[in-house]
Design a protein. Structure first.
Length: 276
DNA sequence: CCGGCATGGCAAA
DNA sequence: TTGCCCTGCCGGA
């Protein structure tokens, strides 16, 4: 479910629900019993996101490091009217106070770590467009000169943190860039524009809780077409629209597996160009 | 009921 | 590059 915008949103949501007061922690599924026991009754002191990594701080050099992977997710609910409901399915971690509860299921990572380990995780990540301290030049240095495709580079969390398959496809479409273009053929001005756009798009995604990338002039209302309903919930140009018409030029959107992920693009709006 | 699929990432070869 | 992990959902038998 999650690209970086969701993780940042979850940091805020956890902080809102549990910040600054003691929280009960448990692992109904039984796979995080020791960690839950250790933080049980402690106060949630901080909730931070870097890229797709979520860190819940419980003081005393103790962080819960969460990475949702492909299918992980949080469910929030209220306990104001009574006890939290019995966990449904496999709940790795439940957090709970007298007002709220949150269930974490299916994470790739859910582990108790130290300050130093948290810093090490952040250190292996590229700049996150959602963080004020991000340095886009660090990403540019890895892109320029690279023979790897720009599509693969955008998904590489060491290059750029928080961008996933949807933002990757959409930002390349919005800038008319062929996904197969090698990083070394990307122009500096193109990178600057891509980064600036990611900052805007992802920030909007945090607020909306979904990914919308379609410009006003191409929206369903403006184009006289039905709005698109899909798992990720937003209006997009190419992501998972293979075989459908491009919203701008009506060419069939193409898809291809690229580094074991599905890539989507419009061959007309994102034409190949000579690569030096 | 089962198989396939998904907005991810790791280790191993 | 491949295989594997994590879970829920949906479509076809």
């Amino acid at each position: 479910m999650p690209e970086g915008h969701i993780i940042h949103r979850l940091a805020a949501e956890n902080h809102r629900a549990f910040g600054g007061r003691p929280v009960r922690a448990s692992s109904p599924q039984g796979r995080f019993v020791d960690g839950a026991k250790l933080i049980d009754g402690r106060e949630l002191a901080a909730a931070e996101a870097t890229g797709k990594h979520l860190f819940l701080g419980f003081g005393e050099d103790a962080w819960v490091h969460v990475h949702l992977g492909l299918y992980g997710g949080f469910t929030f609910g209220d306990t104001g009217d009574g006890p939290a409901p019995e966990p449904v399915g496999l709940v790795r971690l439940r957090l709970e106070n007298d007002e709220h509860y949150a269930d974490l299921r299916g994470p790739n990572t859910c582990a108790l770590i130290t300050d130093a380990e948290k810093a090490a995780v952040a250190a292996r990540l590229g700049p996150d467009p959602l963080r004020a301290d991000a340095d886009p030049d660090a990403a540019w240095r890895r892109i320029t000169g690279s023979r790897t495709t720009i599509a693969a580079l955008l998904m590489d969390q060491k290059v750029l943190a928080g961008v996933g398959n949807v933002y990757r496809a959409e930002v390349l479409f919005r800038h008319g860039i062929d996904p197969q273009l090698p990083g070394r053929s990307l122009r500096r001005a193109e990178w600057d524009a891509l980064w600036a756009d990611l900052v805007v798009l992802m920030r909007e995604g945090v607020g909306a809780g979904r990914i919308d990338t379609v410009r006003p002039e191409h929206t369903p209302e403006a184009m006289n077409r039905p709005p698109r309903v899909d798992d990720h919930g937003g209006e997009v140009y190419v992501y998972r629209r293979a075989g459908q018409r491009c919203l701008v030029c009506a060419t069939d959107v193409r898809t291809e597996e690229h580094a074991s992920r599905n890539l989507f693009w419009c061959p007309t709006c994102q034409p190949p160009r000579p690569t030096a």
